[in-house]
Design a protein around this ligand. Structure first.
Ligand code: ZN
Length: 656
């Protein structure tokens, strides 16, 4: 009988290790167990279960741990040396199930050590012990004679063979990389990692020469932060989101911030995700700061590009982690998930660099040629290749007002499905919550919800401000919030008239104003989409308050197009007609009133509207959403100041 207990122990131990980011972050580290299973012919065979490449231990499941025939792996000990490619070929052939996920690049290290359970972590405090001139003696003093110490060697065959010779130790510290421990018992193995890390921490704490309040304290106001975010996003010039991560705020205030940003990744695999060095921003010289970073990265790439494996090119020169004095880290990536990963890794890697400086005075990283070798190591780039193809609006940021129902809701769902990062504003909390839940169901990027009345200037200001603080910039807005205003001119009360203008038109002016200011500061152009109405061109009797406000919106759009054009800011309108699905527009007696105006029953209104258009079609919010998406996208990059009717074809409302 196959005994799967070692695998069960391995999975549960890995989950425990993975849940502590000071041990491993995002797919770093690996663990293994050995046992026996029956093969396909019923023979009992020794196997190694080892973590799959790139699997994140905190979410470990059985499938993340492919089984490999141990004797096939041990046969490789005979070789003197072996290239990465050949090693991967051999290791792949040893898989019990050839369709299982690719095993870790460090598989042979786990095979060549005889112990039943092995844990390998990239622990912060272990890296802090080694990332300086006297790593070996610090390791010895912190952990005692039981632990071996190996200078930096890139993971692979050579490192695996070396570690295999150290089986009589309790574990081994790999400089600039991490820790390996082993034991016959799964629990004891786990405990050994914790004990070694605790010892390292205690030792480091005893050495810490943290400077006393030498911080150059400088608090950054929210408006200053917004300005920097917009300028930074524009300077980098990519459609991506910028996230502020305040965990590094203390470190960001240190006078030696530049050195910390330059000291490299604490554990080599961190640099794969966050670049070998971060940008220490000088906010008063933002352009120059970014240019210098780009020059530095390009020069680093040029220094080593001869050693680049054929078929690979530069990752590009832009920073992914920006350390901003008084704020912390700003991360730059197309999705919230990637930003979270960057923030987590930056927090650990730069905290280690600061700790090394506090404990040992001066840090030391691996030679630059080795950094490059790792940065562009095909074996590791494989991990990153698994990224799915980007969605249409990935990394783009849009505000949608009136997003809690009807057309706004439909547009929000559509944009979210296509990867957009959304700031959704509405006066209905229930409406916003419902849309947010619907987006989550479709696995869209999590929207930022703003409960706000768009007819109030302060609310509009904060809607735009929150978009910038939450996502780091803005690419456009769908100006949609509105209400129906019914009544003939003779009946219409001044309050209702004013309310209609405020909610349908003044709100559009305000959002135009503040969005355009932000777009201009950012300097990447942008797109404003006005949800007007067929009534703007073909008004209805008894619907004057509404029709006038929508006609005003079209004129507003034209002015925005005139004033924004030189900055690449486009403005266009959509004229929908008779969109009913989940719309609030028809509530409060409007449906009954419009039905009466057309001489039909209220429940016949949808069919009435459909019957009077040229295509005899009911217009749905998805139809408006498709057009809004077109106007927000680069597909309409040569279009501004125009109106697109989405009304099924109403001759009297043809744009002209
Ligand atoms: Zn490792």
């Amino acid at each position: 009988m196959s005994d799967l207990r070692p695998l069960e122990e391995l999975v549960s131990r890995s989950q425990r290790i993975g849940s502590d980011q000071s041990l491993v972050v995002y797919g770093g580290g690996n663990t293994s167990s050995k046992g026996e299973i029956k093969d396909h012919l019923g023979r009992l065979r020794k196997v190694l279960w080892v973590k799959g490449s790139g699997a994140d231990m905190q979410y470990a499941i059985d499938r993340d741990y492919p089984a490999l025939y141990l004797e096939e792996l041990l046969a490789l000990e005979e070789f003197k040396e072996m290239s990465d490619d050949v090693m991967v070929d051999y290791v792949t052939r040893a898989l019990v199930d050839p369709t299982s996920r690719r095993p870790s690049i460090e598989t042979l290290l786990h095979a060549f050590l005889p112990a039943r359970h092995i844990d390998h972590v990239h622990a912060d405090s272990i890296c802090a012990l080694t990332n300086h001139e006297n790593g070996e003696s610090a390791t010895r003093e912190a952990l005692g004679e039981g632990f071996a110490y190996l200078d930096w060697i890139r993971p692979g065959f050579e490192l695996s063979k070396l570690v295999g010779t150290l089986k009589d130790f309790d574990g081994v510290v790999l400089a600039h990389h991490g820790l390996v421990v082993w034991d016959e018992s799964s629990d004891r193995c786990y405990q050994k990692t914790l004990d070694a890390v605790a010892k390292a921490d205690k030792y480091l704490d005893s050495l810490s020469k943290r400077p006393e309040s030498k911080f150059t304290h400088r608090d950054v106001s929210n408006s200053e932060l917004r300005e920097i975010l917009l300028k930074l996003r524009g300077k980098i010039g990519k459609r991506q989101i910028l996230k502020v991560d305040k965990r590094l705020v203390e470190i960001s205030k240190r006078p030696d911030l530049k050195e910390i940003a330059a000291s490299g990744a604490s554990s080599a695999d961190h640099m794969l995700r966050i670049r070998p060095f971060s940008l220490a921003l000088d906010p008063s010289n933002l352009d120059e700061s970014v240019d210098r970073y780009r020059d530095d990265y390009q020069a680093y790439f040029a220094r080593h590009s001869e050693t680049l494996t054929a078929g690979y090119s530069s990752h590009g020169n832009d920073p992914k982690v920006i350390l901003y004095p008084g704020v912390g880290a700003i991360t730059a990536a197309p999705t919230a998930r990637e930003n979270q990963m960057l923030g987590d890794i930056a927090f650990h890697t730069h905290s280690v660099a600061a700790r090394v400086k506090d404990c040992f005075g001066q840090g030391r990283t691996i030679p630059e040629s080795e950094i490059f070798g790792f940065d562009y190591w095909p074996m590791e780039l494989f991990k990153l290749k698994s990224r799915p193809a980007p969605k249409t609006f990935e990394g783009q940021i849009f505000i949608v007002t009136g997003a809690g129902s009807g057309i706004g809701r439909g547009i929000a769902l559509y944009l979210a499905k296509n990867g957009a990062n959304l700031v959704l504003a509405d006066i209905s909390k229930d409406g916003l919550d419902e849309v947010s839940t619907a987006i989550a169901k479709e696995k869209g990027e999590k929207p930022h919800l703003v409960l706000a009345d768009q007819s109030k200037e302060d609310d509009v200001k904060s809607t735009v401000a929150e978009a910038i603080l939450h996502f780091g910039g803005i690419d456009g807005a769908v100006i949609n919030a509105g209400i129906g205003v019914s009544g003939t001119l003779e009946e219409l009360e001044i309050d209702k008239w004013n309310q209609g203008l405020a909610i349908n038109l003044t709100s559009a002016f305000l959002l135009t104003k503040y969005t355009m200011v932000a777009l201009r500061t950012q300097g990447m152009g942008g797109s404003l989409v006005y949800i007007a109405s067929k009534n703007a061109f073909a008004p209805g009797a008894g619907f004057g308050g509404y029709s006038v406000s929508k006609a005003g919106m079209i004129q507003l759009m034209r002015i925005a197009a005139l004033e924004g054009g030189a900055a690449g800011i486009r403005a266009n309108a959509i004229n929908p007609d008779a969109v009913f699905d989940s719309s609030q527009l028809w509530a409060g007696g409007i449906r009954e009133q419009r039905a009466a105006a057309h001489g039909v029953k209220p429940e016949e209104l949808e069919d009435f509207y459909a019957s009077r258009n040229l295509l005899h079609a009911r217009v749905r919010s998805i139809d408006v959403a498709e057009t809004a998406a077109f106007l927000l996208s680069d597909n309409s990059s040569r279009t501004t100041g125009t109106v697109i009717a989405v009304d099924g074809g109403v001759a009297g409302a043809f744009p002209r």
